[in-house]
Design a protein around this ligand. Structure first.
Ligand code: UDP
Ligand code: MG
Length: 167
């Protein structure tokens, strides 16, 4: 069954110049990249993405982390990988959440660390299951930014939309 998964190269991954490395590892899956962009993460997006963790003691630090405030890199790279068993394939390559427990052959095991305050800086985000993947993809991407139709869409006409265009 074809499915899609959201991958984020988190600010620590960008700061450590791991983008090429991570994309090479992910290419082993033979999945297709169907969307990609660099995102400046707003507080709203950060809090929505990690809404399931909002009662955790590390939540404020986690929001700073994904917004890039801990690494002086206010951006993440967001991609959607698509194909057979995309979620489990990417999750397996990424490794488990705790980078100390992740196998050293995985991305998190190889490049992640735990900060002195206990936060897991684990280099990548990878959707954990289908429900998470759909929710996260819809948060991070608009339908027209993705080259395949993943989920049902509808058309609307917005008349007072303010846009910036090239001069
Ligand atoms: N996290 C953490 N400590 C924890 C659990 C999570 O620092 O005890 C951070 C870590 O960066 C993780 C993110 O919060 O990637 C989201 O947590 P989740 O449980 O969704 O794990 P994931 O899906 O990223 O493996
Ligand atoms: Mg998760």
């Amino acid at each position: 069954m074809q499915e899609a998964t959201l991958i984020l190269i988190k600010p620590d991954g960008l700061k450590k110049s791991l983008t090429g490395n991570i994309l090479t590892r992910l290419s082993e899956t033979k999945l297709e990249i169907v969307a990609a962009k660099i995102v400046r993460v707003s507080r709203e997006l950060a809090e929505a993405h990690y809404a399931h963790l909002k009662n955790e003691p590390f939540f404020p630090e986690l929001i700073k982390y994904i917004q890039g405030e801990l690494h002086d890199r206010r951006k993440v790279m967001a991609l959607i990988y698509w194909g057979e068993e995309a979620i489990v394939k990417c999750r397996r390559l990424a490794g488990v959440t705790n980078p100390e427990q992740a196998e050293s052959t995985t991305i998190r095991g190889a490049y992640g660390r735990i900060t002195t305050s206990g936060l897991y800086e684990n280099v990548v985000h990878v959707s954990a299951n289908r429900v998470d993947a759909e929710r996260e993809i819809k948060l991070w991407f608009m339908p027209d930014e993705i080259i395949v139709d993943l989920f049902p869409t509808k058309e609307i006409i917005k008349s007072h939309l303010r846009l910036r265009i090239w001069v």
